[in-house]
Design a protein around this ligand. Structure first.
Ligand SMILES: Nc1ncnc2c1ncn2[C@@H]1O[C@H](COP(=O)(O)OP(=O)(O)OP(=O)(O)O)[C@@H](O)[C@H]1O
Length: 593
């Protein structure tokens, strides 16, 4: 928690206001509310009282801070207030968690929506499904091991809600494209109107990548699937904001319970980035009959705003499938026996990365990081396994100069716009934070001095990132474009943003706020990939450097990840998992198992 002088004025205002509302001005309540606000800002959906009971917060050299009551005492005090789930207060005590009611409502609504979609869906014609499945996943027949991609697709046939979780390159898009074909083939049997499928992702970049990957996977199906089935698989994905229909200056969307989305199947990628309010609103807009398929990597950083919905849903290890589901999958030719007493039929994991081998380089390092193996991961890095490099702090300035010459200077020298975009995808500097001498702002300034010494506002080959949503232009915070001359006309410099049809040009004067982006924060790279990345650690250990942040950063690289910094900063990060408090998993699973 931050120290008292840093507590945001808005938190103190809220604490004053709620104490008045509850007609209790005791310190313990005032500080409890302050702590709930801070917890929300740190990404928790609630304040987990057990974690703060008897702990001292906000202590500084001048201020002893505040010591929270012991748990029983704290709960007793809170119990005296009208803050139960059925009361009207803006604060809610639920079990040992304290919420702002708004977030308690989001969580309970989402849990109800999810629960209502967990009932199994019967399939009408198991023979058709079995034939389609073995045609779409021919590898299912090979060997004795379970084909988890086929199992995930088959499992989703029986579900209104499916979560397909896996690390980078485990074939989530490959699997889900085949799943869409499977649904189109099996659902078409008794259905007159064609299946309406939509695809979405939290950011423009992620939506664009999803569209590209699905188009590629769809092409590979041309010989296995009828053209009319392929035609049902969409070409394009959209952002969640666009899917739900933003109403300018409002937090509500055009699509909601009263105006649901017109679709039968919704596929959502990069779900780790979706926060609790957004996920609640997404489920709110789903028609009752629709299926929703959530794809993501639960090891990645959680959403920037409150919640950890994917991590809450993607139980680890997988608790197993119910006996009924095991029998249903066996009917389709898949053996997934788990012998478990618990079950999570909505959940499938893909285990094998097709991009990284498990035994060398990025794949091995990613696993060690997620296992919290600080020493082992450092050793892997220092032995410079295939695809990895460790760069000592004193070499970092010279290395950056070298990378600028090797990867960034050639962007402006590219022959044409396509080549410039290709050059931009070759390499990216990643930072845990914006601030500090090795943060993204300082690194961008350093590189700009070299590549744009005249300080021109826009120049050929300049990579830019949008920093504020502009709904009218359809540009969103985090979208990346490139400044390049208009080759088909008068060579005027324009900002080009990739979209499903190629590139969309915009005069620089019309852009929402943008910044130059040679170095970017790892948070902003979610949903993106680069051929190589160099991850620049801060000079000192920093709480923001977490296990998930390092994992997310290094798995953005397709072929090479270079880590630069001090060994102790790396190790402290690997030992620092992100913890998110939420009651979602308990609400869902306490009621089920
Ligand atoms: N069973 C398979 N047989 C052959 N190639 C496969 C198979 N599964 C995946 N691939 C290939 O592996 C690569 C990665 O797959 P895909 O893009 O579906 O993974 P992903 O999990 O969606 O990755 P990410 O989310 O990290 O982009 C793709 O080129 C895909 O065609």
């Amino acid at each position: 928690m931050t120290t008292a002088p840093d507590t945001a004025a808005i938190d103190r205002f809220l604490a004053d206001h709620l104490c008045d509302w509850l007609d209790c001005r005791d310190d313990w309540l005032w500080y409890s509310i302050l702590a709930v606000s801070e917890a929300l800002r740190e990404g928790h959906s609630c304040l987990n009282l057990a974690c703060w009971a008897s702990a001292t917060a906000w202590a500084t050299d001048e201020d002893p801070g505040y010591r929270f009551p012991e748990l029983d005492d704290w709960l007793n005090k809170l119990d005296q207030l009208p803050i139960g789930p059925g009361d009207a207060a803006p604060l809610v005590l639920d079990q040992q968690r304290l919420y702002l009611r708004r977030y308690w409502r989001f969580e309970t609504e989402l849990a109800d929506s999810i629960r209502s979609r967990l009932e199994p869906v019967p399939i009408e014609d198991a023979d058709t499904a079995k034939n389609s499945l073995s045609r779409l996943f021919p590898s299912m027949q090979d060997g004795t091991e379970t084909d988890w991609q086929a199992a995930a697709a088959a499992n989703a046939l029986f579900q209104k809600l499916s979560v397909i979780a896996g690390g980078p390159g485990t074939g989530k898009t490959f699997t889900v494209t085949r799943l869409l074909a499977l649904l189109a083939e099996t659902e078409a049997t008794g259905n007159e109107s064609p299946l309406r499928v939509r695809m979405a992702a939290p950011t423009g970049k992620a939506a664009q990548r999803l569209g590209e990957s699905v188009r590629e996977a769809r092409q590979a199906l041309a010989n296995a699937v009828a053209p009319e089935t392929l035609a049902l698989i969409p070409d394009e994905a959209t952002t969640l904001h666009r899917l739900l229909g933003v109403i300018p200056h409002q937090v509500h969307f055009r699509h909601n319970r009263d105006n649901p989305l017109a679709l039968d199947v919704l596929l959502v990628d990069e779900v780790s980035m979706i926060d609790l309010p957004m996920m609640t609103r997404l489920f709110r807009a789903l028609p009752d009959h629709a299926r929703i398929i959530l794809l993501g990597d639960p090891d990645q950083l959680p959403s920037v705003a409150a919640g950890s919905v994917l991590a809450d849903l993607a139980l680890r290890p997988h608790p197993g499938y119910s006996t009924q589901r095991q029998q249903q999958l066996a009917q389709l030719g898949l053996s997934v026996e788990t012998g478990s007493t618990q079950s999570a039929d909505y959940l499938s994991y893909l285990y094998r990365s097709r991009r990284f081998s498990d035994t060398g380089g990025i794949g091995k390092l990613a696993r060690q990081v997620m296992d919290g193996d600080a020493e082992g991961s450092l050793e892997t890095l220092k032995t410079e396994e295939d695809g990895l490099a460790w760069i000592e702090p004193e070499q970092v300035p010279a290395q950056i100069e070298h990378w600028v010459s090797q990867w960034y200077a050639p962007i402006a020298a590219a022959d044409n716009r396509d080549a410039a975009f290709a050059a931009l995808a070759e390499f990216r500097l990643l930072c845990p934070t914006r601030v500090g001498p090795l943060g993204s702002v300082a690194l961008n300034e350093r590189i700009l001095k070299r590549l744009n010494p005249e300080g021109r506002p826009f120049y050929r080959g300049q990579p830019i990132m949008v920093t504020e949503n502009h709904y009218g232009l359809g540009l969103f915070n985090g979208d990346i474009g490139l400044i390049w001359p208009d080759e088909d006309s008068d060579n005027q410099l324009l900002a080009w943003f990739p979209d499903a049809d190629g590139y969309r040009p915009l005069a620089p004067g019309r852009l929402p706020p943008v910044e130059t982006v040679y170095a970017m924060t790892i948070h902003k790279t979610q949903g993106s990939e680069f051929e190589r990345v160099a991850l620049i650690l801060p000079e000192q250990s920093h709480n923001v450097v977490s296990r998930e942040l390092l994992y997310t950063g290094l798995t953005r690289a397709r072929s090479q990840a270079m880590i630069c910094g001090r060994a102790d900063v790396w190790k402290a990060g690997v030992r620092n998992p992100v913890e998110r408090h939420s009651g979602l998993a308990e609400r869902l699973f306490a009621a089920r198992n």
